[in-house]
Design a protein around this ligand. Structure first.
Ligand code: SF4
Length: 201
């Protein structure tokens, strides 16, 4: 049977994914954590204040609420995250990394193995790989109508005034520069991919 592009892409992604997870497990502070627990920790270290709920974690990881609930309980038990009631709606739980959780996420992701490999690539090769992976991710998200979970500054709702002030066109709330670098469950891909998107990765 002929090898298709999907076969090849799958084989590369699977092998790379295995190596990335192997690299993560080499970090002492991560030992004892399952890959899904580390993925949830990484998500919570990268997401903005609209996206740090158990439901958003489930959406991002493509898991059921029950599985995510167990994952979050383990992270909480290890003292890596805290569950805090939302200030305006007590029914909503916000998930916040503890200093220890942030330290574990910073140490493990991206793994040293990946950083060393990327350092050996030329600048054009890195750009091509990032652009190719981004295109594939967006195609899969579009095909499945999944949330994009992109960087805030690449969202079509992201607004920046000439004086540098930023705000969200969806929530109408002010955004800090640090917010622009976070991922968001309400992110919506801009119709025209701007140069900012290239700069974002
Ligand atoms: S601009 Fe988009 S990504 Fe940023 S907070 Fe608003 S909805 Fe989320």
């Amino acid at each position: 049977m002929e090898t298709t592009a999907s076969d090849q892409i799958y084989d590369y992604l699977e092998r790379i994914g295995n190596l990335v997870r192997m690299g993560e497990r080499r970090v002492d502070s991560v030992k004892g954590l399952q890959p899904v627990q580390l993925e949830a920790l990484h998500y919570l270290s990268s997401c903005n204040r609209y996206s740090n709920t158990p439901l958003a974690v489930a959406d991002y990881l493509g898991l059921t609420k029950g599985t995510v609930s167990q994952t979050l309980s383990v992270l909480e038990g290890y003292g890596l995250i805290e569950k805090i009631p939302d200030v305006s709606d007590k029914r909503v739980v916000r998930l916040v990394l503890t200093p220890r959780g942030q330290q574990v996420a910073d140490e493990a992701i991206p793994p040293q193995l990946l950083k060393l490999a990327v350092d050996t690539l030329s600048e054009p090769s890195r750009g091509e790989i990032v652009a190719g992976l981004r295109t594939l991710l967006q195609a899969m998200q579009r095909a499945n109508q999944l949330k994009s979970f992109g960087l805030c500054k690449t969202c079509r709702h992201h607004r920046q005034e000439p004086d540098g002030n930023r705000w969200c066109g969806l929530t109408r709330e002010a955004l800090l520069p640090v917010d622009a670098e976070k991922i968001c469950r309400e992110h919506s891909i801009a119709d025209i991919v701007s140069a900012e998107l290239d700069e974002a990765v």
